[in-house]
Design a protein around this ligand. Structure first.
Ligand code: URP
Ligand code: ZN
Ligand code: ZN
Length: 466
């Protein structure tokens, strides 16, 4: 059995910061021991990694990605191969992607299709949520089997009428089913019916530029849908996880629900923390690079998001990685913002951007690990196998250099997309080494992993409940 020792670093988990060496045996963490102790000195190893002056952190868990997702008349640019490789470059060692049910088809058919896309392609481990596009008697029944097999969370959409949209009755039924089978309902909370009216009116008035995407997807319509989703979950007696929260009023709805003791959880994404409507309003068609839903908000909303992350009103930062190239994909919406494929690249940038948030004083080091590693692992039934460094956990470990500076750019990133949403942004901190189940994937600035190393991980139930 191969043995690796990571020595000299500061081990940072969601709960502790300890100067310790880490022993890895057969792909799992075997032991931690304080630097310089007889125990650590006695460890023999095939490989020794010097982490002096570095952080030793759990690999990131990105619980919201869309590799090669068909959407908006095209397909997200990263495949499972390119997207998971890019994730590894950025210190993420597990993704939870969304399998999609096609209207008129079963959940199983959708899930099988996503297994085919991912199997043998991934550089890091992966799991699946299921998007429910067609809530009916038979798909409701299928939910029970999926939960038992390790697909324990289901995304519903209050947006995108005619595509993924579910009405309140369908949502209530899915929530009732989840309350019985232990599944977690994830909600895209925007009032899509009202938004479509505003889209039609904007286009009729000649307001066709990307910035109008932000105007029509109003804060009130995110807050209203968030409120409605919470009340429906309350009636169904089911937990609720609101995805990609961007508006301060939506955070307030989640906070109020949690204050009442309801099992309501919230996720935000780096784009809402670091970008704003100023980006959507960039000249020419540049704003299309920043079209996603929920939309970017005026900068003033960011404080509520940071506060929510500090106060545990929001528990997770995922990327909602759904990249479309500026040339050939985003430009499908020239002259009509509603045709711009929705989504941003980011799977490679999340751990670094959140470390920058530590440097900037928005969050503590341990909160960084909580919202990027341990929190998503617990939320989606992967903890403590993923999301921490403790005996028995998978040795998904990142040696992170907190002092090196880098500049984010499409010139240097590894996502298969022709722009960076964070072009030119300076970051203090950089991933140095990444291990996935003890196997090196990134080593001193080079990719040393291989396609197909990543394994499918069936998940348990949400670990914040019961
Ligand atoms: O704009 C986004 N968020 N694209 C991906 C699909 C979704 O709604 O998460
Ligand atoms: Zn969504
Ligand atoms: Zn998404």
């Amino acid at each position: 059995m191969s043995r690796t020792v990571i020595h000299g670093g500061l081990v940072v988990t969601a709960s502790d910061e300890i100067h310790a060496d880490v022993l890895i045996e057969g792909g799992r963490v075997a032991a931690l021991a304080a630097h310089g102790t007889d125990v650590a000195a006695g460890w023999s190893a095939d490989r020794r990694i010097d982490a002096t002056g570095k952080y030793v952190i759990p690999g990131g868990v990105d619980a919201h990605t869309h590799m090669e997702m068909p959407f908006g008349g095209t397909r997200a640019a990263d495949t499972f191969e390119t997207g998971t490789r890019a994730a590894a470059w950025g210190g993420t060692t597990t993704i939870v992607d969304f399998a999609i049910q096609t209207v008129g088809r079963s959940l199983q058919e959708g899930l099988d299709a996503w297994h085919v896309k991912a199997d043998g392609k991934c550089a890091i481990d992966y799991a699946f949520h299921m998007i429910l596009s067609d809530v009916n008697k038979s798909s409701l029944k299928e939910m029970d089997r999926l939960v038992a097999e390790g697909v324990t969370s289901f995304k519903l959409f209050m947006a995108y009428p005619g595509v993924f949209y579910s009405d309140d009755g369908q949502i209530l039924r899915a929530m009732q089913r989840a309350s019985g089978n232990g599944g977690l309902i994830m909600m895209h909370a925007e009032n899509g019916i009202a938004i479509d009216v505003l889209v039609e009116q904007a286009l009729a008035e000649g307001r066709t530029d990307p910035r109008h995407h932000g105007d029509v997807r109003k804060v009130a319509l995110e807050a209203e849908a968030t409120h409605r989703a919470i009340q429906l979950a309350r009636v169904a007696g089911s937990p609720l996880y609101v995805v990609h929260v961007s508006a301060d009023e939506a955070v307030a709805e989640i906070a109020a629900a949690r204050h009442r003791g309801l099992p309501v959880f919230g996720e935000t994404c780096p784009q809402y923390l670091f970008l704003s409507t100023d980006n959507l309003a960039e000249p020419g068609f540049e704003g299309a690079k920043y079209v996603c839903s929920t939309p970017l908000r005026p900068r003033e909303h960011q404080e509520a998001l940071w506060r929510g992350l500090r106060n545990n009103e929001l528990q997770v930062v995922s990327t909602d990685h759904c990249p479309f190239c500026f040339t050939g994909q985003k430009d499908l919406g020239r002259g009509d913002f509603s045709k711009i494929p929705n989504g941003l690249p980011g799977v490679e940038n999340r751990m670094d951007l959140l470390h920058q948030a530590v440097v900037d004083g928005h969050i503590s080091r341990r909160r960084w690990i909580e919202i990027a590693c341990a929190g998503p692992a617990r939320m989606f039934g992967l903890y403590p196998r993923k999301g921490t460094i403790a005996p028995g956990a998978d040795a998904d470990i990142v040696v992170y250099d907190p002092g090196t500076e880098q500049v984010l750019s499409a010139e240097t990133h590894h996502m298969d997309v022709d722009y960076s949403a964070y072009e030119g942004k300076r970051i203090t901190g950089r991933v140095e080494t990444v291990l996935s189940r003890g196997v090196p994937v990134i080593e001193k600035g080079a990719y040393v992993g291989h396609t197909g190393h990543g394994a499918y991980v069936p998940r348990g139930l949400c670990q914040y409940l019961g």
